[in-house]
Design a protein around this ligand. Structure first.
Ligand code: ZN
Length: 211
């Protein structure tokens, strides 16, 4: 864990909003700007994808990020790499300690496979991503939805190499902050999942700020 607090003052932010539980969001963050995501009530998974605004075919790459930093979890100092091996953003502050990039996003399909066939119609992150890009991001399509980051989500890797979806390690008010190294599109699903402990069975709002 690399806990590191930010010196940025929310009063100076040029963008500041609260995103309700279970909702989608997207915005362009320009090079040099800093994006902060705050887990307002704790234990909230925030499924996030990044794309180069100049060429959205270049996007966040979990495998390149893991290889480049030689570690599975994301925290302060993690460069978020693209499919072209460029740094899209750098995590510059983190009061949670670690974030997942292997667990993926919940979907109608995973809800059926993991829980029950009648969970197909429950709200999911993939549906949030699809709805958000359909309404606001014509430059993106279904095929652009690849392996995402789950900020604040606890997916420990066991000594045998297995994955668990565990109760969260985040808490009210914890945040993660990253500086954009290029103009990026950020696409967020504030996870609505009710069937596993990633949201403490109680999805809650997040705050999104940009400086
Ligand atoms: Zn989800």
């Amino acid at each position: 864990m690399a806990l590191h607090e930010s010196s940025l003052d929310p009063k100076q932010a040029c963008f500041d909003t609260v995103l309700g539980s279970g909702l989608g969001f997207s915005r362009v963050v320009t090079r040099g700007q800093t994006l902060r995501i705050v887990d307002l009530e704790g234990n909230q998974a925030v499924d996030t994808l990044f794309f180069s605004a100049a060429d959205p075919a270049e996007r966040y790459s979990a495998v390149d990020t893991i290889r480049e930093q030689g570690a599975i979890y994301l925290t302060t100092g993690s460069p978020l790499m693209s499919t072209e091996n460029n740094v899209l953003l750098n995590i510059v502050a983190d009061t949670c300690g670690r974030h997942d990039t292997v667990g993926g996003a919940c979907s109608a399909e995973s809800n059926q496979v993991r829980y029950a066939l009648d969970k197909k119609y429950m709200h999911s992150c993939r549906d949030n991503f699809l709805l958000e890009i359909q309404h606001h991001r014509p430059e993106l399509s279904k095929r652009d939805l690849t392996a995402n980051i789950n900020f604040f989500m606890n997916v420990p890797v066991t000594p045998e190499g297995g994955l668990d979806f565990d109760d969260g390690i985040s808490a009210p008010g914890r945040y993660v902050e990253m500086r954009a190294e290029r103009d990026v599109i950020v696409l967020i699903s504030n996870c609505p999942q009710l069937n596993n402990p990633c949201n403490g069975y109680n999805p809650t709002p997040i705050r999104i700020l940009v400086w």
